[in-house]
Structures are given as structure tokens and as C-alpha cells.
Design a protein around this ligand. Structure first.
Ligand code: NAP
Length: 282
């Protein structure tokens, strides 16, 4: 396939994790990939080829987004994967307004800005039933856990954006909402950076002990039970290439069973289990 005829997908957040793995999964299936990241040097080790473009893109930076759209002119771009995101953890009571705002800037507003900016290019190239817009949400877009209010809220918003977009844009572009459980990526290392001085803020509050145990417990769960980024990316790529792409892609047994439990258990019991498992009392 030439550069002109090959279908291309743009993926945000390819420096690590699911985005990085998806670059290989899509290229392996004959697609061209516009791999984007905040820092271009974080993409330098990707195997070069005619089927790869490296583009700088910070989803919170309008100028960077404008340059990324310009860099994709001339490619037959038929898919967009909104993967970039991070977790701002911490109890809502101790969260700074700026932390909540920053979480939404990246996970929600950035995601929608990228989608709106690339829609004209996608529309110009997609054949019938060919277009794909993928929003990487989370199981935490469907239910909420303690200590993750900002992240829960951002991913619930991503679910709403995907569902609204699907209603508005019509069948030429399928919208796929990805709902992963724990995936082994840089996500947990990044969330520890994002919470800054939170442990100090929690000293003397009811959250002090909870926070101390939170990161290590989540880390432990992910490393013992989490899916690899490669396995997650394969599922996303398969869904993207399906002739009948799913509206929702629940990735991981933990995501599936947590959603089942959320649906069938009485709310009081579901909340009791969560509070106890996070050391917040029964
Ligand atoms: N890992 C999980 O357990 C899990 C579960 C459910 C959902 N998810 C979701 O999956 C997606 C990918 O996360 P991951 O697990 O692969 O974590 P990751 O390894 O930390 O990757 C996150 C990617 O997002 C990028 N990013 C962050 N802020 C950005 C911005 N403003 N502009 C552009 N890129 C930005 C990061 O780039 P930098 O290197 O520049 O920071 C990185 O490439 C996220 O949306 C996350 O919420 C993850």
C-alpha cells in the first residue's frame, strides 16, 4: 500500500502504555499510524517506516493541536484514538481546584478538542462504514471508587462525550468507547507524580492512613491481576478493524465483574464493600 491509499489512525499519548502498544498493533494490521506524544523524543525508539509519522501533540495546547492537524494533511486519516490521559487521585475533600481543573483539561477538554479538530479531516477520507473514533475511558467511567473523584468524574464525562458524539455524527464514523480495568502501564507511576504533596495535606485527617496504603495496594493489584498494555491494544485494534465495531469495549475481567457487581448489588452493599476495601470504615 502506498502512503496515499493506506488507512491511517492518529493515536494520542504514545510515549508509553496502551497508546505505545497500539502503534504496533495497528501497524501490524497494515495501517499507517500517526503516533503522537507531548515530547517527540519519547517516540524516538519506535521502528521507523513508511507507515509511521511522529507528531508532537499535547492535547491541552491549542497551538500544538493546530500543528498536528496541519501535519496530517495528505494522509488518508480514517481513525482517531483518544488515549492520552492520567489519574489525579486523592480524596475530594483535599483536592485542589487546580488539580481537578487540570484533570479535566487533559482527560475531557483535551480529548474533545482533538476530536473536533480532526473530525473534518476524518470526514474527508472515510468510505462508508470505515471511520473510527475511539475514546479510551475506564471502568471508572461507569462506576466510582474512593480516592479517585477527579479521575472518576473525568472518565464519566468521557463516556457522556462518546455517547453524545455517536448520536450526533451518524453512522459514517463509529464511536468505540473503551472501558479498561487495571492495565500494566506507567499509569500508576504517573498518578504518584500527579498527587504532589497530597500525603502531607492528609496528615492529621481521616485520610492519612488510607492514602499511605492506597498507591501500594493499587500497584499490587495491577501488577498481579492487570492485563498487559499489548493485550489491551490488541483488543482495541481488533475492535477498530471489525466490520461491526462494538459501541463499548470492556477490557479485563476486573472491569467486567465490577460493572456486573455495580449493576446487581444493592447500592448500600456495593458502597460498603468499597469503603471497607479502601480502609474507610464499614
Ligand atoms: N492503566 C490502566 O490501568 C488504565 C485503566 C483504565 C483506563 N486507562 C486509560 O488509558 C489511557 C492510557 O493510559 P496508560 O494506562 O497507557 O498510561 P500511561 O502509560 O501513563 O500513558 C498515558 C499517556 O498519556 C499521555 N498524556 C498525558 N497527558 C497528556 C497530554 N496533555 N497530552 C498528550 N498526551 C498526554 C502520556 O504522555 P507523557 O509521557 O508525556 O506523560 C502517556 O503517553 C488513559 O486515558 C488512562 O486513563 C488506563
Amino acid at each position: 500500500m502506498t502512503v496515499e491509499t493506506r488507512p491511517w489512525a492518529l493515536v494520542t499519548g504514545c510515549s508509553s502504555g496502551i497508546g505505545r502498544a497500539l502503534v504496533a498493533s495497528l501497524r501490524g494490521r497494515g495501517w499507517g499510524v500517526v503516533a503522537t506524544a507531548r515530547r517527540l523524543d519519547s517516540l524516538a525508539d519506535l521502528p521507523p517506516g513508511e507507515d509511521l509519522r511522529l507528531v508532537q501533540l499535547d492535547v491541552t495546547d491549542a497551538a500544538s493541536l493546530e500543528r498536528a492537524v496541519a501535519a496530517c494533511q495528505g494522509l488518508r486519516l480514517v481513525a482517531l484514538v483518544n488515549n492520552a490521559g492520567y489519574g489525579q487521585m486523592g480524596p475530594l475533600e483535599l483536592l485542589h481546584t487546580d488539580e481537578l481543573r487540570a484533570q479535566f483539561e487533559t482527560n475531557v477538554i483535551g480529548l474533545q478538542a482533538v476530536t473536533s479538530a480532526f473530525l473534518p479531516l476524518l470526514r474527508a477520507h472515510v468510505g462508508p462504514g470505515e471511520g473510527r473514533i475511539v475514546h479510551v475511558a475506564s471502568v471508572l467511567g461507569r462506576l466510582s471508587i474512593p480516592m479517585a473523584g477527579a479521575y472518576n468524574a473525568s472518565k464519566h464525562a468521557v463516556v457522556a462525550l462518546a455517547e453524545t458524539l455517536r448520536l450526533e455524527i451518524g453512522p459514517a464514523l463509529a464511536v468505540i468507547l473503551v472501558e479498561p480495568g487495571a492495565i500494566r502501564t506507567q499509569f500508576r507511576a504517573t498518578l504518584k507524580q500527579a498527587w504532589g504533596d497530597l500525603p502531607a495535606r492528609a496528615v492529621g485527617t481521616k485520610y492519612e492512613k488510607v492514602i499511605l496504603h492506597y498507591a501500594s495496594k493499587r500497584e499490587e493489584f495491577a501488577s498481579q491481576h492487570g492485563m498487559t498494555a499489548e493485550a489491551c491494544a490488541e483488543k482495541i485494534a481488533k475492535a477498530m478493524l471489525s466490520a461491526h465495531p462494538p459501541r463499548r469495549l470492556v477490557v479485563g475481567g476486573d472491569s467486567f465483574w465490577a460493572q456486573v457487581a455495580h449493576r446487581i448489588l444493592p447500592a448500600a452493599l456495593f458502597e460498603w464493600v468499597l469503603r471497607r476495601s479502601y480502609g474507610l470504615g464499614g
